[in-house]
Design a binder for this molecule. Structure first.
Ligand SMILES: [Zn+2]
Length: 395
């Protein structure tokens, strides 16, 4: 048995949550105040890497995936979709097999990684829209390739991002939807009509809306308004404070409705590193600034996202206009619902015990993290509240 205490931002009350046999067995209000924030563990639907661990790197292994998960647990992220980007067919298959092997080796990893997000390779080749995806490996939508991913990973692909204008995209979106995965659209220069057709074909998620679009668009109509207006689409938003200016994030969230947004980090492996100069295989020389902005060296051009999801939640809560409770929902219950995982992402008796306690409302530092009922991280220096009478530390 394990007990965690902290303030629940949704109710403003201090709660004590008891964990038993992997589930939340009790939730009790306590008549005390605390700065610590108690939440369901955060769920990141789009993440390439963190803490130096990169699922897209050549030579990544099952240990890379396991190390990545542990690095995220330190931040209070309990569930994530490792995101494989545009690459040669064999490289995507290798990435999927690696993640599958990591899950097969550890039931806790299998729990923490319910599915993989494949972002690409059926994207726009236009500059701006394609972002950093290698145009040499962008190719038309291909259901046979999708089927090969599912075979290689034992059905692990849960989100696929495709450009609506990719040749064959509509048939592809229908195929992905019929298989049970979430069809997403992004890295696109589509017309509004192509966006509508894609949603009619089953698209449910806008991948990092507002990023991966052409630098110049007609003021209206365009693919941004179309996606904002269509309630069938949930908007994924990178709330790192750099990919979307505060007013853009706030306006998009209001236009969609906070309830139709999910926050993602889209973090790269350098996220979590100390500020400084680095060299990356894709970006070359890059600078990680103290405020978390990652740019090409000597330029202001973004070279990826470098903030963990809890920092994005903190940014959305403040400058993004969400408030903390709403921002947390968009990083817990909402992504869980999109993935079809109603038993996680919520503080509810009977739900799976994926929990995070943060030292304060900025969520910058996790005090404790529980995954599947197991205490996987404790910040020894944090003023925090885990009942030590537990045997859950042994994994
Ligand atoms: Zn992207």
């Amino acid at each position: 048995m394990l007990r965690l205490t902290g303030t629940d931002p949704a109710s403003g009350r201090t709660l004590r949550v008891t964990v038993h046999s992997g589930r939340i067995s009790a939730i009790e209000p306590l008549p005390v105040a605390t700065d610590a924030i108690l939440s369901a563990g955060l769920i990141d639907l789009q993440l390439n890497g963190y803490g130096g661990h990169d699922v897209n790197a050549t030579g990544s292994t099952a240990d890379t995936v396991a190390d990545l998960a542990r690095a995220l647990w330190v931040r209070g992220v309990t569930t994530f979709c490792p995101t494989l980007i545009t690459a040669p067919p064999a490289a995507i298959l290798a990435g999927l097999r690696t993640i599958r092997a990591a899950r097969d080796a550890d039931p806790l990893l299998a729990h923490a990684i319910p599915s993989v997000h494949v972002e690409g390779p059926h994207l726009s080749t236009a500059d701006g829209a394609r972002g950093a995806h290698d145009p040499a490996w962008i190719r038309p939508a291909d259901t046979a390739e999708y089927d090969s991913w599912q075979r290689a990973s034992d059905g692990l692909v849960g989100i696929v991002t495709v450009a609506p204008e990719s040749p064959g995209a509509l048939n592809y979106l229908r195929h992905v939807a019929a298989s049970g995965a979430v069809p997403a659209i992004g890295h696109s220069a589509a017309t509004p009509e192509q966006v509508r057709d894609a949603v009619d074909a089953g698209a449910r998620l806008s991948t990092h809306l507002g990023n991966g679009v052409p630098q110049q668009l007609p003021r209206h109509p365009n693919l941004l308004w179309e996606q904002l207006a269509d309630d069938r689409l949930t908007a994924g938003l990178i709330a790192d404070g750099h990919h979307l200016p505060a007013a853009t994030l706030r306006s998009m969230a209001r236009a969609k409705g906070f309830g139709r947004t999910v926050l993602v980090s889209d973090a790269v492996a350098l996220a979590g590193a100390a500020p400084g100069e680095y060299h990356t295989p894709v970006g070359g020389a890059v600078t990680l600034h103290p405020d978390g902005r990652l740019t090409l060296a000597g330029s202001d051009l973004l070279a990826g996202a470098a903030r963990a999801l809890p920092e994005c939640v903190g940014y959305a809560a403040g400058p993004g206009g969400y408030g903390l409770a709403e921002a947390l929902r968009s990083a817990t219950a909402r992504p869980a619902a999109l993935l079809g995982l109603p038993d996680r992402g919520v503080l509810r008796v009977g739900a799976i015990a994926d929990l995070a306690v943060f030292t304060d409302p900025t969520l910058a530092t996790a005090a404790a993290t529980v995954v599947g009922g197991k205490l996987v991280y404790v910040n020894g220096s944090a003023p925090f509240d885990v009942d030590p009478a537990d045997d859950a530390r042994d994994r």
